[in-house]
Design a binder for this molecule. Structure first.
Ligand code: ADE
Ligand code: ZN
Length: 356
């Protein structure tokens, strides 16, 4: 899929700077990069541990939260996989996803395309159906209750083998109606996309959309591989693309979206100072960048907090806000009619905030 040409940026109504934070919160937007296991708040880790009779190596919610001081991606992943160990029953997966969706619906997220990591759970003896049925039921209920469009993306763990990815795909295929895309996540360095070329070729034959994490910590070469070998339609993160002018040209020309996660990049020391974040540079270069939360329970903020902080740190304006929201709709895998409706809602919100 090539991301469709945007509806031409309307002549944006003038919006004064003081109204920008409220506009960021009010505008409709899509979240395209959220790991559902990364929305597991410390409080819920303790609740589920108690419900499932699991002993935790932390004395309190506070003690757990204070362990969230990360030096890089791997230092986060070690805690993230440990936290996910409390998810055992279908109801646990349901509660997790419904709680995330209910929360972001209040932030005017109208569409969420949600990663789940089945291997994190099947390796512990949790059945694939337990995971997928719980998450899919939450997506349906959230749509009915909160009007939010929610879909699932099965993500392969790249630190595991190609064979294990193929086995995971086999296990998931009977449930294929419940997910729309496949992705690639976990430890990036040392696990280039090429390792999974054949798995993704099979997923394409099966008709799934393709996305892949690339260029979070890894080099631009991993982004090229994600495009050329996996045929990724979106790049998750992709912020290292700025180091390769030819790659920037390609991403722009082919309108390949980047699902950028500012607070994640800050907490994992990709951009330790948010003022150095390159989101504005990516947008100003004409790339289809979007803002997302990645693992909000671990990184200190959901969608609107990501927008709020990155705008405050980098001095972006209402034009950037419009572009980010419009990009998020264009980059989603939602039906065209939904995208058109969200674009219309976006225009209406901008009109409402105009200072005429
Ligand atoms: N899994 C969860 N969050 C991730 C991230 N930021 N990068 C890679 N894998 C992840
Ligand atoms: Zn991610």
């Amino acid at each position: 899929m090539t991301t469709p040409e945007p509806a031409l940026p309307p002549k944006l109504p003038p919006i004064v700077d003081e109204r920008l934070p409220a506009l960021l919160a009010a505008m409709p937007k899509a979240e395209l990069h959220i790991h559902i296991e990364g929305s597991l708040e410390p409080e819920m880790i303790f609740q589920l541990a108690q419900r499932n009779g699991i002993a935790l190596p932390y004395a309190s919610v506070q003690a757990l939260r204070s362990a969230y001081a990360f030096t890089d991606l791997q230092s986060f992943l070690d805690l993230y996989y440990q936290g996910a160990g409390v998810l055992q029953k279908e109801q646990d997966f349901y509660d997790l996803a419904l709680s995330y969706l209910a929360r972001v619906a209040t932030e005017n997220v109208v569409c969420a395309e949600i990663f789940f990591d089945p291997q994190t759970h099947t390796a512990r003896g949790v059945a694939m159906e337990t995971v997928v049925h719980g998450l899919a039921r939450a997506c349906r209920d959230a749509q009915a209750r909160h009007g939010i469009s929610a879909r699932l993306i099965l993500s392969f763990l790249r630190h595991l083998s190609e064979r294990e990815a193929f086995e995971t795909l086999e296990q998931a295929l009977p449930l294929r109606e419940h997910f729309i895309a496949v992705g690639l996540d976990s430890s990036e360095l040392g696990h280039p996309p090429e390792k999974f070329e054949r798995v993704f070729a099979r997923c394409r034959e099966l008709g799934f959309h393709i996305v892949a994490h690339a260029g979070e910590e890894g080099p631009p070469a991993y982004i090229w591989q994600a495009l050329d070998l996996l045929h990724a339609e979106r790049i998750d993160h992709g912020v290292q693309a700025v180091h390769d002018a030819a790659l920037m040209q390609r991403l722009k020309a082919e309108r390949i979206p980047l699902t950028v996660c500012p607070l994640s990049n800050q907490k994992l020391q990709v951009f330790p100072d948010l003022r150095q974040h390159n989101l504005k540079a990516l947008l100003d270069a004409g790339l289809v960048a979007t803002v997302n939360s990645d693992d909000p329970a671990y990184f200190g903020g959901y969608m609107n907090e990501n927008l709020h902080q990155v705008f405050a740190a980098t001095g972006m304006n209402a034009g950037h806000a419009w572009q980010l929201a419009a990009n998020s709709f264009d980059a989603s895998f939602a039906p065209a009619a939904d995208k058109a409706r969200w674009h219309q809602q976006l225009s209406e919100v901008f009109e409402r905030f105009a200072t005429r």
